[in-house]
Design a protein around this ligand. Structure first.
Ligand code: CMC
Length: 441
């Protein structure tokens, strides 16, 4: 008779244990009963990078990496990209259901009412050097928002949580646009709430002296869909960071700043920037075979390829590839797309990539669109952060709703056993010396 349990025999003691299985998962805490003596911590699981560990329960995003399936709250990403808008998808992710007309109007109103930032936020951004990386400015500025909204510390208050969630979704594009204008020495553009969420973002970025800025509807829609595609991706590195920092009951601005910091890395949201830099470096389709060989030799990675969870084509990459052609109809073809297509063609046939099940991910084609739309490469992770903020705040609130305990993993200690302090003049001098460091003070 099949049972939803796992039977474990500890060969050190000969004892047998029966551990419940729920949703193909055992509770790591159930391993603690497996021990060789009454004292001691019991058996633990070792999982560097949490590669095979469910770190939370969630109802937000479903991902099947083997089949290439992604759903927000049960809705397939393909349908949302085709028929929804970013603000509607954000509502779905945060609140769990698609909105009715009146609820959506109120949601949109609440977000639009919070697109403005305090003048001191602009002055704070002024303090960054003209060539500061926009992602660094974004991380610092979002973190600084917690000082503008001390009520954000009231994380147990539903009222406070609701307002911070809407503020964050509203203000990310404003801050992102300020980082861009700051790098060019251009005056900041005030939000225009007559425009859509994404249309207003384009206006804050690109409005010059015209009285009314009207975004190109194809580019506006393309960017909106890119925000939908980036809105959540279950327990990725930055979302896990958000949950870990939030589990200490930090305020949501600190949570989102920490998540954005994780996102900035080239293995995560920084990959689209690195991918386009790589495409430029390769230069032409003719240079692709030599580049692929250098990847296979282990000299470097093919950026925008591979994923911890997807062992199939990333469904977001498929949608983005299609959008790229729609955008190029307006902007003209970004020549790096030909390098990208050739890379994909060769990589998908080469045993190195086939055997490791490496496919294009969300970052492989997104950068070609951003570049064609006129975004500098350094802005790419910032664009990712705008979309992902919906996911971070939803996952943060869900974590609080589930009343999760503070994140506090264990370690496998490999260091010294107990030893006694040795006076300075009696220590061995043969170990590696501290040397003087150079570089700007
Ligand atoms: N190019 C070449 N080889 C790769 C790549 C790549 N992009 N990705 C993985 N591999 C190889 C890796 O060398 C290893 O080979 P071996 O088994 O011979 O040592 C094998 O594939 C497994 O790689 P891994 O590093 O164990 O995989 P991971 O799950 O730890 O890393 C990843 C996932 C996304 C960090 C990695 O695939 C990578 O560095 N990709 C490039 C960066 C990138 O595009 N990141 C964006 C991810 S999608 C957006 C997001 O969610 O952030």
């Amino acid at each position: 008779m099949p049972k939803d349990t796992l039977t474990v025999v500890d060969n050190r003691t000969g004892r047998q244990y029966e551990i419940p299985i729920e949703h193909d998962t055992i509770a790591a805490a159930d391993l603690a009963q497996i021990r060789t003596s009454e004292e001691g911590p019991g058996l633990r699981s070792f999982d560097v990078s949490l590669a095979n560990t469910a770190s939370c329960k969630s109802r937000i995003t479903y991902l099947d990496g083997e089949k290439g399936v992604l759903r927000y709250r049960g809705y397939p990403i393909e349908e949302l990209a085709e028929r929804s808008s970013f603000l509607e998808a954000a509502y779905l992710i945060v609140k769990g259901e698609l909105p009715s007309t009146s609820h959506f109007q109120m949601w949109r109103h609440n977000i639009k009412m919070h697109t403005i930032v305090h003048e001191n936020v602009k002055r704070f951004i002024e303090g960054f050097r003209y060539d500061a990386h926009p992602m660094g400015i974004l991380i610092g500025t979002v973190g600084a928002l917690s000082t503008f909204y001390p009520d954000a510390k009231e994380i147990d208050s539903d009222v406070s949580r609701r307002v911070q969630v809407r503020r964050l979704i509203a203000k990310l594009p404003t801050i992102a646009a300020c980082t861009y204008r700051h790098s060019l020495g251009l005056p900041y553009v005030a939000p225009n709430n007559e425009l859509s969420y994404t249309g207003n973002f384009l206006s804050m970025l690109f409005k010059m002296t015209e009285l009314k800025y009207r975004p190109d509807p194809i580019l506006e829609r393309a960017l909106d869909v890119l925000f939908i595609l980036h809105a959540d991706h279950e327990q990725n590195c930055s979302t896990t960071t958000a949950r870990v920092v939030g589990s200490a009951h930090a305020d949501p601005y600190s949570v989102v700043a920490a998540a954005a910091a994780a996102l900035s890395g080239p293995r995560h949201g920084g990959a689209s920037e690195s991918a386009v830099r790589m495409l430029h470096e390769i230069g032409s389709a003719a240079n692709v075979p030599a580049f692929i060989e250098s990847v296979k030799r282990g000299d470097r990675r093919l950026m925008g390829f591979g994923h911890r969870v997807y062992k199939n084509y990333d469904p977001r990459a498929r949608i983005i590839k299609k959008i790229a052609y729609e955008v190029f109809e307006v902007t003209g073809r970004n020549p790096v797309i030909d390098v990208a297509l050739e890379l994909e063609k060769i990589a998908l046939e080469d045993p190195y990539f086939v055997d490791r099940r490496l496919y294009p991910n969300v970052d492989f084609y997104s950068g070609t669109i951003y570049e064609a739309m006129g975004f500098p490469l350094a802005m790419f992770p910032v664009l990712f952060a705008i979309g992902r903020t919906a996911g971070w705040v939803a996952q943060w609130a869900e974590m609080l709703d589930f009343d999760e305990r503070i994140a506090r993993p264990r370690q496998m200690y490999l260091g010294h056993d107990l030893r006694s302090y040795v006076p300075l003049d009696q220590r061995d001098d043969s170990s590696e010396l501290e040397t003087e460091i150079s570089g700007p003070y």
